[in-house]
Design a protein around this ligand. Structure first.
Ligand code: A2P
Length: 335
């Protein structure tokens, strides 16, 4: 595949627009380009490498001649159209959760389990954004000091709920400061100047929401190890596009912090920002529009005396490494 015909399903969305930018920035060898969205967007113009492309309505025959199809239009669209794209000969990289737990679909973070890509049967799944960002911070440590248990709390940006959610944060912020009434539409509660439990559906039996269970199950699939205990608390905050995560790790053996720092610094896609004297650590604003996941607050758990428990804080751009960049990195492995 030297100059593949690339299609983007959901091209007008938050991730879709970023997919275009990432393909351009990384000089992905695009032969033909097909941009697909709902009927609402048909005829709209988008730019790629200085050229105008018309958005087309996503239809059953949209993937004729397409080699690589990047999907980011939601789970139900992926469920319906990804198998049709595969039938027409395309390899699909899917950003939705539709195929992540499908045993036939590899779930891939290219820095962690690139070898899984070769087992694909037409569809490769892009993991959940919080999972990707967490594992970018955890995996370099896990390789040296195997992880037994992860306790993670997320501080998630509005972008995870799409372009309309980012717009809701913008509008609500203005309205709040202007003293106007806040009327939530995309999120169930006010997103501006607020913090609330993740808006995905809640399992009333175990008390975990869907986002949290994705972090549990996807970690097991990506690391090929169901024995790692993962206990997440996923929270929405009023940032635009970078997630933050506070992570507690229980390791199988004592870790030395110098090796941990070195492993993180040397890992592709990770930057260590960990200046205790200056109280300078990863921040969502600085992680926004950045490819790398920032990791800091690297320290031993103060209540544990044998050095086998660590604390970390990380931030990563949810639209980039959490979605579009990771998907394009997967697509690069198909060339
Ligand atoms: P559209 O802009 O025409 O609604 P986001 O994740 O930012 O909300 O973006 C969702 C993406 O999925 C958008 O590109 C959106 O297109 C697209 N989409 C939503 N519903 C459909 C549909 N029924 N058919 C095709 N694309 C869809």
């Amino acid at each position: 595949m030297s100059q593949p015909h690339v299609a983007i399903a959901g091209a007008t969305g938050a991730v879709g627009q970023e997919l275009l930018r990432v393909l351009e920035k990384r000089n992905f060898p695009v032969g033909e380009l097909t941009l697909l969205a709902s009927a609402r967007s048909a005829g709209k113009t988008m730019q790629f490498r200085g050229k105008d492309y018309k958005v087309q309505e996503l239809k059953e025959d949209s993937f004729r001649g397409v080699n690589i199809a990047l999907f980011s239009a939601g789970g139900s669209i992926s469920k319906k159209f990804a198998p049709l794209a595969v039938q027409d000969g395309a390899v699909v990289v899917d950003n939705s959760s539709a195929f992540r737990m499908d045993p036939d679909a590899p779930l891939v973070v290219p820095e962690i389990n690139p070898e899984d890509i070769q087992n694909h049967k037409g569809i490769i799944a892009n993991p959940n954004c919080s999972t990707i960002i967490m594992l970018m911070a955890v995996y370099p440590i896990h390789k040296l000091f195997p992880v037994k248990k992860i306790i993670v709390s997320t501080y998630q940006a509005s972008s995870g709920a799409g372009a309309v959610a980012m717009e809701e944060l913008r509008t609500q912020s203005r309205d709040f400061l202007d003293g106007k009434e806040i009327k939530p539409q995309v999120f169930p509660y006010p997103i501006a100047f607020n913090v609330f439990s993740h808006n995905s559906s809640m399992d009333v039996e175990n008390g975990y929401n869907q986002e949290e269970m994705k972090m549990v199950k996807e970690t097991h699939k990506i690391l090929h190890d169901d024995s790692i205990r993962v206990s997440p608390t996923c929270i929405r905050i009023s940032t635009f596009r970078a997630h933050a995560e506070s992570i507690h790790l229980e390791l199988e053996k004592k870790a030395d912090l110098e090796s941990v720092r070195k492993a993180l610094s040397n890992f592709p896609g990770v930057q260590v920002i960990d200046d205790r004297k200056a109280n300078y650590f990863p921040m969502p604003l600085e992680a926004s529009d950045q490819d790398d996941v920032f990791v800091g607050r690297i320290r031993y758990d103060v209540g544990n005396s044998d050095g086998s428990e660590l604390e970390l804080f990380c931030c990563g751009d949810q639209i980039l490494k959490g979605a579009a960049l990771n998907a394009v990195q997967i697509a690069e492995k198909l060339l």
